[in-house]
Design a protein around this ligand. Structure first.
Ligand code: NAP
Ligand code: F7E
Length: 328
């Protein structure tokens, strides 16, 4: 039985990856932070076989202890402060967790691997946010990075540190440059889930309208279930490398509103959506669109869920959640 450690197991990707590894017969360990983390109950429900260990990405001692107990063959470093808007207000904390946390995990992995550095395979959750002020369209593995947020800067640090540990110590350390991926488990602070939750509540008469920021921004949105499969495929390769994971199709926030409202029978959403400057960002990433040719050729990976399927899946799930909340 293979053993894997997932940091960020309480997050969207952590839960999907935990399910995937469980199905594949892995013994799954998860790093959980905080003394009374409210997400622990949900993880225990979704992943009853997973073994949860307590520690924090900012605390190297705790990571060394967790690595020793889990003794994993594969490490998936998904833990991060991941909300871009929040990263301007908490740049120091974002740097410590999303940036230096990667170094801590690499170091804990290197220490446990000892004289055979490649014996533990390492995955780093890099991000399309690193492309920021995009230098070419579409973006691929070789595109110059130009981050536009403290989150993006922290991810660039983690990305290059992962490459550096691979090149310096011969570690099997791979980076997945993942474009936005969403699901019914997406946090409600992110734009897709914010919209699908609001649309479900409007349909059920629980809410009248929603306030939004920049409707012109474009994102390449895929389904989280597909993207965790790409992470696993990267660690099954004989050699570590970096891969862009994306659908290659971009949509604006307006398109997102079109699809979500259409699914509840509203074709003109103008009366339901208002603008609030508070959702604008000090610097914006305007046009993200990824070229995942390398992932297709080397990993045999392709997305299976398109944008309309993704958003309607999320609206349906939120309708069900809101109805269940009424029954409870
Ligand atoms: P998410 O839902 O926000 O999950 C983040 C996870 O990190 C949570 O489990 C969180 O734990 C954990 N965490 C935060 N601070 C920590 C700390 N100090 N020590 C240990 N764990 C900590 O994010 P996601 O969408 O699943 O994304 C997974 C990873 O992929 C992240 O690194 C993200 O930056 C990256 N990424 C995401 C996307 C995307 O579109 N989803 C795209 C590219 C890259 P709590 O539950 O305790 O807060
Ligand atoms: O914003 C615009 C906003 O917060 C998307 C993270 O997983 O993906 C995610 O980061 C866009 C931005 O995601 C609202 O200005 C308009 O242009 O859903 P988001 P993100 O910033 O792209 C990357 C790849 C990651 O790595 C991150 O961890 O939507 N937008 N109005 C809004 N965004 C929000 N949140 N709320 C609004 O009201």
């Amino acid at each position: 039985m293979k053993r894997a450690l997932i940091t960020g197991i309480t997050g969207q990707d952590g839960m999907y990856l935990g399910e995937l590894l469980d199905r594949k017969g892995y013994e799954v360990y998860g790093l959980v932070r905080g003394q009374n983390n409210p997400k622990v109950a949900e993880v225990r429900d979704v992943l009853p076989n997973a073994k949860l260990l307590f520690g924090d990405l900012t605390d190297l001692g705790s990571l060394l202890r967790v690595m020793e107990i889990a003794a994993p063959e594969e490490v998936y470093n998904l833990g991060a402060i991941s909300f871009v808007a929040h990263s301007w207000e908490n740049a120091g904390m974002t740097t410590d967790v999303t940036g230096k946390g990667v170094l801590n995990m690499l170091e804990a992995t290197r220490k446990l691997a000892g004289s055979d550095p490649a014996s533990i395979r390492f995955y780093q959750a890099s991000s399309s946010e690193m492309f920021g002020k995009v230098q070419e369209v579409p973006q691929k593995e070789s595109t110059l990075l130009w981050p536009r947020s403290p989150y993006g800067v922290a991810k660039v640090f983690g990305h290059y540190m992962t490459i550096n540990y691979r090149e310096s110590y011969g570690m099997h350390a791979s980076s997945g440059i993942l474009f936005n991926h969403e699901s019914p488990r997406r946090g409600i602070e992110f734009v897709t889930r914010k919209v699908t939750t609001a649309v479900a509540r409007i349909k059920l008469g629980k809410q009248d309208s929603l306030t939004m920021g920049n409707l012109e921004a474009s994102r390449d949105w895929g389904y989280a279930g597909d993207y965790v499969d790409a992470m696993w495929r990267m660690l099954q390769q004989p050699a570590a490398d970096d891969y862009v994971i994306a659908t290659g199709v971009t949509h604006t926030i307006r398109d997102l509103l079109d699809v979500a409202f259409a699914h509840i029978g509203i074709t003109d959403w103008a009366d339901y959506v208002s603008y609030d400057k508070q959702y604008e960002r000090p610097a914006e990433v305007d046009l993200l669109i990824g070229d995942a040719t390398k992932a297709k050729d080397v990993l045999g990976w392709e997305p299976t869920v398109d944008f309309t399927e993704l958003i309607t899946m999320m609206v349906d799930s939120d309708l069900e959640l809101q109805r269940t909340a009424d029954r409870d």
